[in-house]
Design a protein around this ligand. Structure first.
Ligand code: ZN
Ligand code: ZN
Length: 289
C-alpha cells in the first residue's frame, strides 16, 4: 500500500527515523556542535544537546570566548562543563581567568590537570578527574576519552555520544593509531585536525628545522594526507558530517585541506559526505546531527 502524504512537511527519509523511540511521538533533540575558534591561535568547541552545553578546550581569550558565545545567545554561565584534551596553551589559554571569575566544572585527566596548574601557577582549582579510556557521563553526554599521540602529558581525543547520535573530536595528534580508528569508526560527526601540507611545511622559512621536525613527527600534528587517509578508513554509512580543524595558517589552506580529503573520500566512495573547514578566529557554522 502506498503511503498517504498526510504529513507532507515531514521528511520521510528512513535515516531520519533511525533513532526514533517507538513510543515517542516527537523527534529526539539534535546534537549540535559549533567550533568557536580553531588552530594555533586558539581552540574551543561548543557541544549542545537537550539544554546541556559543554565546551571542549578553552584556548581562546576569555573576552573572545564571551563574545563568541554571546553571538550564539549563550553566556559562560550557561556552560555545564569544560573538558580539556591537553595542556597546550592554544587549548587552555582562558583557564586562569575562567577559574578566577567563574565556577564552571573542569574535566581533565590528572596528568593534564597537573600540567595546566604548573604552567599557569594555579593554586588548587577544583578538578573533575577522568581516566583516559574510562567512560563517564556529563548530563546526557556519554564521554569516552581516548589516548592520542602528541607531545603533551596525557593527550586525548573524545568520543561523545547522546541517546541519538555521536561525535568524535580529534585535535593535535601526530599519527592515527588503530585505537584512534577504532574509536571514530561509527560516529555521525567527525572533527579532525588537518594541520599542514607537507610541501608547504618543508618550504616554510619562518619555522626552524627543529620545529618542522616536531610538527611532522608522530607526536606532532597530522598532515592533510594523514587526515584524508584516516577519514577514508573510518568513513561508514553513519558518518554524516566532517569538520576539518586546527589548520596551520602558514603551512596549509582550507582549499588544500578540503581537496586532499575530498579526493580520498571520492576514492573510497564516500564523496557525498559534507566537509566543513573550521574558521580560525571566528565562530564556524553550527552542525546538527
Ligand atoms: Zn593545538
Ligand atoms: Zn597541542
Amino acid at each position: 500500500m502506498s503511503q498517504t502524504p498526510s504529513h507532507p512537511q515531514k521528511n520521510t527519509n528512513p535515516d531520519n527515523f533511525r533513532y526514533h523511540h517507538p513510543l515517542s511521538h516527537s523527534h529526539p533533540p539534535p546534537f549540535s556542535v559549533t567550533l568557536l575558534g580553531s588552530g594555533s591561535s586558539g581552540n574551543a568547541a561548543l557541544l549542545h544537546y537537550n539544554s546541556t552545553s559543554i565546551l571542549i578546550d578553552a584556548g581562546i581569550s576569555l573576552r573572545q570566548l564571551q563574545l563568541r558565545l554571546s553571538s550564539l545567545n549563550l553566556t559562560l554561565n550557561s556552560l555545564h562543563a569544560i573538558l580539556l584534551t591537553h595542556e597546550h596553551s592554544d587549548h587552555t589559554a582562558a583557564l586562569p581567568q575562567l577559574i578566577k571569575k567563574f565556577n564552571i566544572p573542569l574535566y581533565a585527566n590528572r596528568p593534564t590537570a597537573e600540567a595546566i596548574c604548573w604552567q599557569y601557577k594555579l593554586e588548587n582549582p577544583v578538578w573533575n578527574y577522568f581516566h583516559t579510556s574510562k567512560p563517564f557521563h556529563i548530563g546526557p553526554f556519554h564521554v569516552l576519552p581516548f589516548s592520542v599521540s602528541h607531545d603533551a602529558a596525557d593527550p586525548v581525543g573524545f568520543l561523545i555520544s547522546t541517546p541519538s547520535s555521536s561525535l568524535a573530536i580529534l585535535t593535535d595528534l601526530g599519527k592515527v593509531t588503530n585505537n584512534v580508528l577504532y574509536n571514530i569508526q561509527n560516529v555521525n560527526c567527525l572533527i579532525i585536525e588537518a594541520n599542514y601540507d607537507p610541501t608547504l611545511l618543508e618550504k616554510d622559512s619562518k619555522r626552524p628545522w627543529k620545529t618542522k621536525q616536531r610538527i611532522s613527527s608522530n607526536f606532532g600534528h597530522l598532515s592533510n594526507t594523514q587526515t584524508a587517509q584516516a577519514i577514508a578508513s573510518a568513513a561508514s554509512p553513519s558518518l554524516k558530517h566532517i569538520i576539518l580543524c586546527h589548520l596551520s595558517a602558514d603551512c596549509n589552506s582550507p582549499l588544500l585541506a578540503l581537496s586532499t580529503v575530498q579526493n580520498a573520500l571520492h576514492l573510497s566512495n564516500h564523496s557525498h559526505i559534507p566537509i566543513l573547514c573550521a574558521k580560525r578566529d571566528d565562530v564556524s557554522p553550527t552542525i546538527q546531527f
